[in-house]
Design a protein around this ligand. Sequence first.
Ligand SMILES: CC(C)(COP(=O)(O)OP(=O)(O)OC[C@H]1O[C@@H](n2cnc3c(N)ncnc32)[C@H](O)[C@@H]1OP(=O)(O)O)[C@@H](O)C(=O)NCCC(=O)NCCS
Length: 192
Amino acid sequence: MDSSKYRKVFSSLPQLETERLILKKIEMANANDMFAYASLSEVTKYLLWSPHLNIEETRGYIEYLQREYRRGNYADWGLNLKSTGVFIGTIGFADIDTRNNRGEIGYVLNPAYQGQGYMTEALKAVLKVAFAYLGLRRVQARIMVGNIPSERLAERVGFKYEGTLRDHLFVKGAYRTIRIFSLLADDYFSNN
Ligand SMILES: CC(C)(COP(=O)(O)OP(=O)(O)OC[C@H]1O[C@@H](n2cnc3c(N)ncnc32)[C@H](O)[C@@H]1OP(=O)(O)O)[C@@H](O)C(=O)NCCC(=O)NCCS
């Protein structure tokens, strides 16, 4: 990948617009809305992190994100409802492997806003950045066994199941089996 293009995209983190959402940099003003879902164990069940115990933890995470924006490293977009301005979740690259032109996607949505297609909308916008602007060859999602909503979301936008990595990650005191899904640039451009 052309790494200067990558830095350019992430140092400004372009604002993206979908039918119902604005995707933009996460700000300290989003801390309360983020804490509302990041503190729930049902949300973090299949994630690498544990529920935030207090708002300070959420603020600390937002400070970390802001350092990453300044450095031009990949960092999440915040999902904001156009209708109310409420911050309802995040989406972004959990990793980008520039040598192999590969990105890994991650997303989290407040349960109060699940089941309405918001993350499908956001993921489509981020995939456009991944393939049309960054020129990635492959975007993958590593999903812990049992996370059916995440699998359904990935498949809804065209990801294909590739296989299972048994006891792949040691997370929160237990080995986790991962199901891996991917979308390739050729398939993306054939359908978009
Ligand atoms: C993964 C996660 C983001 C999926 O959330 P979601 O609400 O299912 O996803 P969407 O916002 O795209 O909504 C899709 C659902 O809304 C329904 N829907 C309603 N209107 C829709 C629309 N206009 N477009 C698409 N779907 C719509 C879909 O049918 C689907 O429901 P179904 O899966 O029961 O069929 C959510 O479960 C989550 O945040 N989980 C916790 C964090 C996590 O595990 N992240 C993934 C780590 S790999």
